[in-house]
Design a protein around this ligand. Structure first.
Ligand SMILES: C[S@@+](CC[C@H](N)C(=O)[O-])C[C@H]1O[C@@H](n2cnc3c(N)ncnc32)[C@H](O)[C@@H]1O
Length: 332
């Protein structure tokens, strides 16, 4: 059974993601693991995006009238909605603890993150060439490593900016991940059998996620090898998010999401959205709870993600000193 804190965390993520409840299961599972960790300052959230994950993971909350789909632009191609569109109406209860710096390469997302009041400062930059001095951070958190075209450069940079006694906390896909993305596999099957319309439908649902999310997966030993090669020692690998939850997340409400977002907007203009969410969020919580419970401590074979905790190894000193200088900002 999830603890009362974990249940609260799930409800808060559902409030922000009520139209895609398995997004909430994913985020709440990872956040529940992070809740037991000390994120010492100065801390960096590398690839912070719109800041909603860190806001809620750090004990904050969005108001019921607000959610991820409020200030987005609907699109017919590519992503269903553009989350980088500016956030004009965010209302949030600030978190209990702040993160020192949030970094992302998209200005629109940083603008949103600013309104969450979760970060002491926000920096626009590339995760593969961090604009910070050597050994700036006691904690570096990153759940976007697989998004980086050159993830080794990303690891090297995080290694450079973390203190000798600091910690790296990474959220990365397990090698089980790709097998769960059924929309991609179905699309392939239909394509092979010449059923192109069906194939196109499932390709639209997949929307390139298979390619992104399976670029860099691995079981524990593979991750340990990658971290060791980058100069880290792996201290802990916590399996999280049940593969069954990822199967449901893959399809989720995607086929009808456009309609749901439009409905949500209509309700918002009638000032009924908050009221409806007050009724629906507890029902959604009850429905997804079994998957959330399984996602908090799955076995390694049934986990879709790892939360990895690593520290730089002592021998790094000389190599860090000889690395090229970037445009640096000192972090206090
Ligand atoms: C899936 S989002 C995750 C955002 C946030 N960490 C969260 O959990 O909600 C991936 C993020 O990585 C950022 N990103 C991708 N490539 C990047 C890069 N090279 N440098 C900095 N940020 C990058 C994107 O802009 C986006 O905000």
């Amino acid at each position: 059974m999830p603890s009362a804190d974990a249940e609260r965390c799930l409800r808060r993520f559902l409030e922000a993601n009520w139209l895609k409840p398995f997004d909430a299961v994913w985020d709440a599972s990872v956040a529940s693991v992070l809740a037991s960790m000390l994120m010492g300052e100065p801390s960096l959230d590398m690839g912070c995006g719109d800041g909603l994950f860190m806001l809620i993971a750090s004990g904050g909350r969005v108001r019921l009238s607000y959610d991820r789909y409020t200030d987005t632009r609907l699109r017919l191609r590519g992503d269903l909605y553009d989350t980088a569109a500016s956030m004009t109406r965010l209302e949030a209860t600030p978190p209990r603890r702040l993160v020192t710096v949030g970094l992302d390469h998209k200005a629109g997302l940083l603008d949103k993150a600013r309104r969450t009041a979760t970060y002491r400062s926000l920096v626009q930059g590339d995760g593969q060439a961090l604009p910070f001095a050597h050994r700036s951070f006691a904690t570096v958190f990153c759940n976007i490593l697989y998004w980086l075209p050159d993830w080794q450069a990303g690891l090297r940079e995080m290694h450079r900016v973390v203190r000798d006694d600091g910690r790296l906390v990474l959220v990365v896909p397990n090698d089980t991940f790709g097998g769960q993305l059924q929309s991609h596999h179905r699309a392939q099957r239909y394509r092979r059998n010449g059923r192109h319309w069906r194939a196109r439908f499932f390709e639209w649902i997949d929307n390139g996620r298979f390619r992104t999310l399976t670029r860099l997966t691995g079981h524990r030993a593979q991750w340990e090898e990658r971290l060791t090669a980058a100069g880290f020692r792996l201290h802990g690998a916590i399996p999280v998010l049940h593969v069954g939850a990822v199967r449901r997340w893959d399809m989720s409400t995607r086929p009808i999401l456009h309609g749901l977002v439009l409905l949500g907007r209509a309700l918002q203009s009638l000032r009924l959205k908050g009221l409806l969410k007050r009724l629906i969020v507890p029902l959604l919580a009850r429905r997804v709870r079994p998957w959330f419970a399984k996602s908090l401590a799955p076995s390694a074979e049934h986990a879709a993600l790892w939360v990895l905790i690593a520290q730089p190894v002592e021998a790094r000193r000389a190599s860090v000193e000889t690395m090229p200088h970037h445009e640096e900002a000192r972090v206090r």
